[in-house]
Design a protein around this ligand. Structure first.
Ligand code: SF4
Length: 165
């Protein structure tokens, strides 16, 4: 499932924030759809890179102590080694699907510097509307029903609008 990219590719990853995590079991580590697990395995990705809960297993950052990275991040050039088929959650980020008191919200991670820059601009509002319509399509609703582990209590994310998933 492909989402229209929000952050321009030359900006994305330039802050060196994405794909890096403070804890090995960070809530932000990418969750995989059922079909993405199979797709990665078909592409000879080692089984050990995927946890039993269908999340990517983080590895220690070779360049920074007490920091963890996605196993597919190339720390030399700061790029994703599987960008062309990166998981749905990676495409969605900095937007996150959050659970709040049994309701589901489209939220955004304010740790992304690009979001902070554009959050009050027209392009942000337009993209949010696009995303809301996309997430409410029957195919997407089905996907979330089959992959409920993608909906998590992302405490630090800012609520944008409620989703009817
Ligand atoms: S799969 Fe790619 S985009 Fe997703 S966290 Fe890993 S390096 Fe980043």
């Amino acid at each position: 499932m492909k989402i229209k990219q929000f952050i321009p590719q030359d900006v994305c990853l330039s802050c060196r924030g994405c794909c890096r995590f403070k804890e090995m079991d960070s809530i932000l580590r990418p969750c995989l759809l059922e079909e993405e697990v199979q797709e990665l395995l078909d592409k000879q990705i080692p089984f050990a890179a995927i946890s039993i809960e269908r999340k990517l297993m983080l590895i220690p950052d070779p360049k920074q102590e007490n920091s963890y990275i996605c196993p597919f991040l190339n720390v030399e050039d700061n790029h994703c080694k599987i960008y062309e088929f990166r998981p749905f959650e990676c495409q969605l980020y900095p937007f996150l699907i959050s659970l709040r008191n049994n309701k589901i919200f489209l939220t955004v991670d304010l740790n992304c510097p690009y979001v902070k820059e554009v959050i009050h601009k027209k392009e942000f509002k337009e993209y949010t509307e696009y995303l809301s319509a996309f997430l409410n399509t029957p195919a997407c609703k089905r996907m979330f029903k089959d992959n409920p582990h993608l909906i998590q209590a992302y405490i630090e994310a800012l609520d944008l609008l409620e989703l009817n998933l």
